[in-house]
Write a protein that binds this ligand. Structure first.
Ligand code: SAH
Ligand code: SF4
Ligand code: F3S
Length: 461
């Protein structure tokens, strides 16, 4: 196809029904970006399609550890074979690996014709239209902007019961192990008015649960781009959106959590009693080397304050084992932190060297086998604590937001799957249809390793 101007006629005539497939790696911010891209492309008349039927692929990537980065390369290797057989196929690669590796992708994977970073995401739909019209074109959207680039509202139809809302981009913390500040750029907050308007629109269109997203939501508004609204102030405004049943947010850096945010768990009835509060380590010397800027004592103080404000708050965390210089003693302090806090779940990772971060140059790297051993020990401890927490829920009446049909079966027919107030997975049998997105009262009758089972009482609403 030759170069053509992008008139509206061409978009309507030539560009309807382009089949696309989005593959998402990484954190919820990538999930949110992929959701927005889907809505925006559908609003333009494009059609989501299965992998083997797609002409255009969009891949949002993650480089937080080596493993997710490697996954991107093996996926692109697979897509390359498909693109070699189907010359009309092309791909766009976005997210953190794209930002890190940049135009190098073109050399390795010629079918990649668009590379975009976080700040370029808003331009992707119209750029894909240009690329679909002009086979000779390649585009890179990797520049960081100094403000939060607002995106066009994508579509006006109904949305699912659960939605994500970005409140900021980037991160200024430069924790010693972390590549995110390099791939997502400096922190910049969206204005509170823009956030609230998006929340209102989503709730009007069917959302019942909103999750506010940022790499460090507790420092929302505390940057040059902030409009003076604090994170606690934003929580109060969003919680007041009529019809919003559940409000959640992630991720929280312990050093920045304000007393007003802790207090919000007491005062805002639709703020879910759950908090993901990454600790990373239980040893002060490692926390200092990581540049986390809090001590174990301060972390425990926050936990105590949270439990005073909201006694049943479900806490979860992220842990890194085998950070450079971590001794067996340090590791044991992390284990004792898990015992002391009793998180309902923990995401745990072996430290992974990332290019250009401070920890990459640190001495006393922990050998791979030792990191694997520590991870296994830690996961065993956490699995036990998780199981004990789940068992303690038996007998309770939980309010469950149904996420969809469950894979579970036991002869009683269809099961549904949802989450309780603390985010625990609950499966329950029900013969009805269309329960997705509804709220159900479920009496918890059993606990498995990672989920609960129960029976519904009354009608879902
Ligand atoms: N912004 C969030 C976390 C972003 S990355 C926060 O500050 O908590 C998600 C998690 O990946 C981190 O909490 C950390 O536990 C882990 N992580 C980040 N870099 C890592 C690395 N180099 N090796 C292993 N785990 C890492
Ligand atoms: Fe990475 Fe630390 Fe920023 Fe989180 S706060 S994204 S761990 S640098
Ligand atoms: Fe991964 Fe980037 Fe998110 S590195 S965790 S996709 S911010």
């Amino acid at each position: 196809m030759g170069q053509r101007s992008l008139s509206r006629e061409y978009q309507i005539g030539d560009l309807l029904d382009v089949r696309f497939h989005i593959l998402t790696f990484g954190c919820q911010m990538n999930v949110a970006d992929s959701d927005w891209l889907t809505r925006s492309l559908v609003a333009r008349g494009w059609m989501p399609a299965a992998e083997e039927e797609a002409q255009v692929f969009v891949v949002t990537t993650c480089s937080v550890r080596e493993k997710p980065e490697q996954k991107v390369y093996s996926l692109l290797g697979r897509l390359k074979e498909y693109a070699d057989r189907n010359p009309e196929v092309f791909a766009a690669v976005g997210g953190c690996v794209a930002q890190q590796v940049g135009e190098e992708f073109w050399r390795r994977f010629p079918f990649v014709r668009l590379i975009f970073g976080t700040d370029g995401t808003g331009m992707v739909p119209q750029t894909l239209e240009r690329l679909a019209l002009d086979a000779g074109l390649r585009v890179s959207l990797l520049d960081f902007l100094d403000h939060y680039p607002e995106r066009e509202p994508a579509g006006s139809g109904n949305v699912g019961a659960q939605a994500f809302v970005n409140i900021m981009q980037g991160c200024d913390n430069f924790c010693a192990y972390c590549i995110v500040p390099f791939t997502r750029g400096r922190q910049k907050s969206r204005t509170a008015d823009a956030v609230v308007a998006e929340c209102e629109s989503l709730v009007r269109r069917g959302a019942r649960e909103l999750t506010l997203l940022g790499q460090n939501v507790n420092s929302y508004g505390q940057d040059r781009r902030g409009d003076g609204t604090t994170f606690a102030g934003l929580l109060h405004r969003v919680a007041a959106v009529p019809g919003l049943l559940r409000l959640k947010f992630t991720t929280s850096h312990p050093k920045d959590i304000a007393p007003e945010v802790i207090e919000a768990f007491r005062t805002l009835s639709n703020l879910s009693p759950q908090l993901h509060l990454p600790a990373q380590s239980g040893a002060d010397s490692i926390l200092a080397a990581m540049g986390r800027k809090y001590t174990r004592e301060r972390y425990m103080g926050i936990v105590r304050d949270l439990r005073a404000a909201c006694p049943h708050i479900a806490l979860s965390t992220d842990i890194i084992v085998g950070f450079p210089g971590e001794t067996v003693r340090d590791f044991e302090e992390t284990l004792s932190l898990l015992e002391e806090v009793r998180f309902i779940s923990a995401f745990s990772f072996k430290y992974s060297d990332r290019p250009g971060v401070r920890a990459e140059k640190m001495d006393f790297k922990v050998p791979e086998e030792e990191k694997a051993r520590r991870l296994e020990v830690l996961q065993e401890v956490q699995n036990r604590i998780t199981a004990e927490d789940l068992l303690a829920q038996v007998g309770r009446r939980a309010l469950v937001l149904v996420e969809g049909p469950s894979r579970m079966q036991d002869g009683r027919g269809a099961f549904w799957r949802g989450r309780d107030e603390g985010g625990r997975i609950v499966n329950f049998p029900h013969s009805g249809t269309g329960l997705t997105g509804k709220m159900a009262e479920v009496v918890i009758l059993g606990a498995k390793k990672h989920s609960l089972t129960g029976e519904m009482r009354g009608a879902a609403w």
